[in-house]
Design a protein around this ligand. Structure first.
Ligand code: BG6
Length: 492
C-alpha cells in the first residue's frame, strides 16, 4: 500500500517547459499511485498573470496523455493546483505567497510540510532561498525542503557561492539537488548489481577490470535550447553532473548500509580520489567536438540562436583516472555528444583477458579469446549483458564470445517510473540517496574546471564531426593511444 505524503509544494518556474513536460505528469502519477492523496496542494508561481483556472488548464493539458482512462481522477488532482503571480526579486511578493501557503496548509492539513521547487533561471536560486528565510516562509512546524534544478553553478567558484546562499537558509540535508540520471532505473541498478552479487563485486577492481566506458549518446541537436546550451556546452551540461555521478557510483567503495548518508560518504570519497589534471594532462586526456551540417540539419553554428563563431562543444570524450587502491591504473573513458548515431546510454565494463590463452595454438588467430565485457544498458532498453567466451558448437575446438543477457520485458518497462516521478517521491520521503550532495558537486567542478579553463583559451578547429557518427576521430584516437577501442562503435 502506498504511503500518503502530505506537503504544500511551491513551484518557482511553474510556466516553464520542464514543469509541463515532467513535473506535473510525474506528480499525477504519484497521485494515481496514492503517494499523494488528499493532504497536498501545489502552488505555481511565475511572472505570468494567470488565474487559478488558467493554471489548472495548463496542468490539465500537461497530463492529457495519461488522464484519458481516469478523467475524474485527473480533475480531482488538478483541483489541488493554485496559482499566484510572483516576482522572485520583489520581497513584498513573498508575503502573499506565505499567506497562500498557510491557508492551503490549513485547508489540506499538510502539517506544515513545505517543499520549494526551483525550476527557473539559476541566477535567481540564491536570492529565492534568502528571501524565503528573511520573509518568514520557513516553518518550524513541519519540514522545509528545497529541490533545485541544474545547473548548480558554472564552475567551482560560482557553485560555492550559490551553495553559501542556499545554506544560509537551508541545511545541507534539506537541499535536494536534482540530477535526473540518478532517477533512472538502470543507474540505480548499478548499486544492486555491484553490492548484491559476489561474482561482480569481487572482480570490481584493477586486478580484473581493464577499463570502464560510459557513453551518453544523443541523436538530437541543440533544438531550441541554444540560449542555455551555447553558454554551457557538453562538458558542463552532461559531464560535470550526469557522467561524474555515474562514475562515482561505479567507482565508490561499498557503503556501510544503503542509506543516503552512507552512499554519499562513499561517492564523495570516490570523487576525491579522481585525479584532477594539470592543463597539459587535460589536453592529452580530453577531446571536444562540434557537429557539422548533415544531409538534413544545420551545422551547430547555423542553429537558431547560436553565434556564427561559437566554440561551444557539442561533444566531449575523456579519460579519467583514480588515485586509489581499487582503481589505480584503470581508465574510465567517457563520451557524450549531440547529433550522434543514436540516442542511448550504456556502460561497458571491460575485464582483463585471461593471462594465458591455452586455446591459441590450435585455433585460428581471429578466434582468440576476447575480453569479458559487462554492459549495462541504461536506455532506451534496460538490461545488462555479460560477454563470455564459450566453445563454438561443432566438431573442432574453437572459442567464440556469447552473451548472457537480461533485458527487462516490455510490459515491465512501461511500469518503470520516470526519473522525475521517482525523485519527487524521494524528496517527499526525505530520502536524498539519489540527489547530489554539495561535496560531490564541488569535487566534480574542481575536476571539470581545469578542462574548461584550457578549452576557453585554446581555439578549437570546429566543426569536426558529422551528424550520425560517434563524434570526432580524436575520440577514437584517445583510446587507440592506450591500445584500446570503444566497445560500442559504428562499422565494427
Ligand atoms: C539534460 C541536458 O540534463 O539531459 C540535455 O541538459 C540532455 O542537454 C538531457 O539532452 C539528456 O537526458 P536524457 O534523460 O534524455 O538522456
Amino acid at each position: 500500500m502506498a504511503k500518503e505524503n502530505t506537503a504544500i509544494f511551491t513551484f518557482f518556474g511553474a510556466s516553464g517547459d520542464l514543469a509541463k513536460r515532467k513535473l506535473y505528469p510525474s506528480l499525477f502519477k504519484l497521485y494515481q499511485k496514492g503517494y499523494l492523496k488528499d493532504h497536498f496542494a501545489i502552488i505555481g508561481t511565475s511572472r505570468a498573470d494567470w488565474t487559478n483556472d488558467e493554471f489548472q488548464g495548463i496542468v490539465s493539458e500537461s497530463i492529457s496523455d495519461i488522464k484519458e482512462e481516469s478523467k475524474n481522477q485527473a480533475n480531482e488532482f488538478v483541483s489541488h493546483f493554485y496559482y499566484i503571480a510572483h516576482d522572485v526579486t520583489d520581497k513584498a511578493h513573498y508575503a502573499a505567497l506565505d499567506e497562500l501557503i498557510n491557508k492551503l496548509d490549513k485547508q489540506y492539513e499538510a502539517n506544515g510540510n513545505r517543499l520549494f521547487y526551483l525550476s527557473m533561471a539559476p541566477s535567481f536560486f540564491g536570492q529565492i532561498a534568502l528571501n524565503l528565510k528573511s520573509e518568514g516562509l520557513i516553518t518550524q512546524e513541519g519540514y522545509n525542503r528545497l529541490v533545485i534544478e541544474k545547473p548548480f553553478g558554472r564552475d567551482y567558484k560560482s557553485a560555492k557561492q550559490l551553495n553559501e546562499e542556499l545554506t544560509s537558509t537551508f541545511e545541507e540535508d534539506q537541499i535536494y539537488r536534482i540530477d535526473h540520471y540518478l532517477g533512472k532505473e538502470m543507474i540505480q541498478n548499478i548499486e544492486a548489481l555491484r553490492f548484491g552479487n559476489t561474482i561482480i563485486e569481487s572482480l570490481w577492481n584493477n586486478r580484473y577490470i581493464d577499463n570502464v566506458q560510459i557513453t551518453l549518446s544523443e541523436k538530437l541537436g541543440v533544438e531550441d535550447r541554444a540560449s542555455y546550451y551555447d553558454t554551457s556546452g557538453a562538458l558542463r551540461d552532461m559531464v560535470q553532473n550526469h557522467i561524474l555521478q555515474i562514475v562515482s557510483q561505479l567507482a565508490m567503495e561499498q557503503p556501510v548500509a544503503f542509506t543516503d548518508a552512507d552512499v554519499r560518504v562513499e561517492k564523495v570519497k570516490a570523487l576525491r580520489s579522481l585525479r584532477v589534471y594539470t592543463p597539459s594532462e587535460a589536453a592529452g586526456n580530453f577531446v571536444r567536438g562540434q557537429y557539422d551540417a548533415g544531409d538534413t540539419g544545420n551545422e551547430y553554428r547555423d542553429e537558431s540562436g547560436v553565434p556564427d563563431d561559437s566554440n561551444t562543444e557539442t561533444f566531449v570524450a575523456g579519460k579519467l583516472l583514480f588515485d586509489n587502491y581499487r582503481w589505480s591504473g584503470v581508465p574510465f573513458y567517457i563520451r557524450t555528444g549531440k547529433k550522434l548515431a543514436d540516442k542511448f546510454t550504456r556502460i561497458d565494463v571491460v575485464f582483463k583477458k585471461p593471462l594465458i590463452d591455452i586455446f591459441a595454438f590450435p585455433q585460428k588467430s581471429d578466434a582468440a579469446l576476447q575480453a569479458n565485457v559487462l554492459t549495462i544498458y541504461v536506455e532506451p532498453q534496460s538490461g545488462f549483458s555479460l560477454k563470455v567466451n564459450a566453445k563454438s558448437t561443432g566438431q573442432g575446438f574453437e572459442t567464440e564470445p556469447v552473451n548472457l543477457d537480461f533485458f527487462q520485458d516490455a510490459d515491465k518497462e512501461k511500469e518503470v517510473p520516470e526519473p522525475y516521478e521517482r525523485l519527487l517521491h524521494d524528496a517527499l520521503e526525505g530520502n536524498s540517496t539519489n540527489f547530489a550532495s554539495w561535496s560531490e558537486v564541488a569535487y566534480a567542478w574542481k575536476f571539470v574546471d581545469v578542462i574548461r579553463k584550457l578549452w576557453d583559451i585554446e581555439e578549437p578547429i570546429f566543426p569536426n564531426y558529422l551528424p550520425g557518427s560517434m563524434g570526432p576521430v580524436a575520440s577514437d584516437e584517445l583510446l587507440q593511444k592506450d591500445h584500446r577501442a570503444w566497445v560500442y562503435r559504428l562499422n565494427k
